[in-house]
Design a protein. Structure first.
Length: 444
RNA sequence: CGGGGCAUAGCGCAGCCUGGUAGCGCGACGGUUUUGGGUACCGUAGGUCGGAGGUUCGAAUCCUCCUGCCCCGACCA
């Protein structure tokens, strides 16, 4: 992409409304624009990252055996009356009346709808288990939106719903999601730590929140720091096999948010030197809730014994739009964002330091064409901005690699390649730069 | 939802107390400079002062109401 054709409204000053670093950087880097309190337009650069995150989640969900679909944002109030939640949900739910005076709502979640869909299509235990998911915008009319996309009113969420014949098999479904979540966050360069969460009236041990550690996080957390070094399940993990060993490994060491924190137990289980008390951002949650919706909504399954029982269900959320904020909180410096390569909006930023100089222009065009052909995402800064401005802009938007082409370097057949994360620079001849980034053996 | 604040040019702000018809920095645009970590100089454009009403000869400025936004707390993916 040529910057001259792109839409990248960089802000040089900090907008006064942005308090925390991820919010400031997203506004300054031209990723989002606020349209109303807690509601954002996703500008081209922000949308690219959102899509990258979505794709990682999709790949891991599919790998774990879940099936993608798409449910609408608007739902009928009557559906929510079936579960009793229409009245139970407070003013957080945005209620809408259509032209025919039908009561509707902008969905804050989809348990009711998925249960209705499921019950119309599945009747027998032979068709189970099932896990259906979608990516969709949700709306919760928060009393106090803040922190940019980390706590907006409109937000993108991946929500999955599992259906099983009994609790034992539901536990297997739960474990699959648990393992998939470990991989999802790791692929984004985050350590998503599963923590004991409140299970509400259902009880049991099948509820975990996945938390990314960050000083600016909204909840206090207490962990045994060894949990940070546990192994992430590999891509080849067998989702058809027994995953309970992995789940046990990740749930044995102490890790809990302040709501469920048990100080006495923390101290008893965790050597003093290993105790860490910090803050975190919730980026996902896995939850088994049994027949909470399937029972009142009569989503019945006939078992092998011929008896009908409500399906045993769980739901599994990932805060997709919130993850942008979480990743930036975890990965930035005083110059700007440092994107992990897996979610970066572009892999390479190509800076032409002297647009109009024949040799520099030609070298940039050659690199741009070669990398584009090799399917490397390149943002080519072909503007006539000052060199200093280009450097600052590339550092701000945080692309993993910068290829810097100027007349001085070209004269010596030297092109500078800078790695954003480390600040490391090396100079290479043009041919090697192209080979390095377009070769199939590229090592980052 | 309780408490506190803000609203003046694209962004950040001054002017308001003590009414006299709007200003600064950055950015944008046009030049000069040909430049390797947001360069310097010259010039230009851009604002119904959030909205409505009121007081006054006269309101960005004083009064009332409304709207939007932010911060602290309670609440939350």
């Amino acid at each position: 992409m040529r910057l001259s054709q792109y839409f990248l409204p960089i802000l040089r000053d900090n907008p006064k409304e942005a308090e925390i670093v991820s919010h400031r950087l997203m506004l300054r880097a031209g990723m989002i624009r606020q349209e109303a309190s807690g509601i954002y337009a996703w500008l081209p650069l922000g949308l690219r990252v959102l899509k990258k995150i979505e794709q990682i989640v999709r790949e891991e969900m599919d790998r774990a055996g879940a099936v993608e679909m798409l449910m609408p944002t608007l739902q009928l109030a009557d559906l929510w009356r079936e579960s009793g939640r229409y009245d139970a949900y407070g003013p957080e739910m945005l209620r809408i009346v259509d032209r025919n005076k039908r009561e509707m709502l902008y969905g804050p979640t989809n348990e009711e709808m998925i249960t209705a869909i499921f019950r119309s299509g599945v009747k027998s235990y032979r068709e189970l288990p099932k896990n259906l998911y979608h990516f969709q915008w949700k709306f919760r009319d928060e009393q106090r939106p803040r922190f940019g996309v980390m706590r907006g009113r409109e937000f993108m969420m991946k929500d999955a719903y599992s259906f099983d014949v009994d609790e034992a098999s539901a536990r297997i479904s739960y474990n699959r999601m648990f393992v998939a979540y470990l991989r999802i966050f790791a692929r984004m360069g985050l350590t998503g730590i599963p923590m004991r969460a409140e299970t509400g009236p259902i009880g049991g041990d099948l509820s975990h929140e996945f938390i990314v550690l960050a000083e600016t996080g909204e909840s206090g957390v207490f962990i045994n720091k060894d949990v940070l070094n546990l192994p992430i399940p590999p891509e080849t993990v067998d989702y058809a096999g027994d995953l309970s060993g992995i789940v046990t490994q990740w749930t044995t060491l102490y890790a809990a948010t302040e709501d469920v924190h048990d100080a006495a137990r923390f101290e008893a289980e965790t050597p003093e030197a290993k105790r860490v008390s910090t803050r975190g951002i919730e980026v996902g949650q896995v939850f088994f809730f049994g027949d909470k919706y399937s029972k009142p909504m009569k989503a019945m399954i006939t078992g092998p014994d011929g008896v009908e029982r409500p399906a045993q269900c769980g739901s599994y959320g990932v805060g997709v739009s919130r993850l942008l904020g979480a990743i930036i909180e975890a990965s930035h410096d005083d110059k700007g964002i440092i994107w992990p390569e897996s979610v970066a909006p572009f892999t390479v930023g190509l800076a032409n330091l002297k647009v109009g100089d024949d040799a520099t222009d030609a070298a940039c065009e050659k690199i741009y064409a070669a990398l584009t052909k090799a399917k490397v995402d390149v943002l080519y800064d072909d503007s006539d901005d000052r060199p200093g401005g280009k450097f600052a802009k590339l550092d701000l938007i945080g692309l993993p690699y910068q290829i810097i082409v100027g007349p001085k370097g070209i004269a010596a057949d030297e092109i500078e390649v800078k790695t954003r994360a480390t600040g490391e620079r090396e100079t290479l001849p043009l041919g090697e730069v192209i080979a390095r980034f377009s070769g199939s053996v590229w090592v980052s």
